[in-house]
Unconditional design. Structure first.
Length: 99
């Protein structure tokens, strides 16, 4: 059970203006914390120059798959190869981005 210690309380009142963050944007391709995710143009962990190169090449992954120029990883390997690699890495629940 806790008790109230009056010596730790303040006699002054201070108000704080709270402004909610309304500029929050979701970055769907930002999968790793504090690490640059390849071709993720909205990932602020990536150098701006690199993101500009990806954007100019139209290879940003923060777009729907059908709008991405070129092939993405799921088309480079077949499902069995992806499953085999993931299982060796200890990943058992794989979500196929193509389904």
């Amino acid at each position: 059970m806790s008790t109230f210690d009056e010596t730790l309380a303040s006699n002054t009142v201070q108000s704080v203006n709270y402004v909610p963050n309304t500029s929050f944007k979701v970055c769907p391709c930002n999968r790793t914390h504090r690490t640059c995710d390849a071709f993720c143009c909205c990932d602020e962990d990536c150098d701006q120059k690199t993101r500009d190169v990806w954007a100019s090449a139209d290879t940003c992954l923060d777009k729907p798959p059908e709008e991405i120029k070129g092939q993405y990883f799921g088309k480079c390997l077949n499902r069995e190869e992806i499953h085999s690699y993931n299982t060796k890495q200890g990943i058992y629940n794989y979500v196929d981005p193509l389904t």
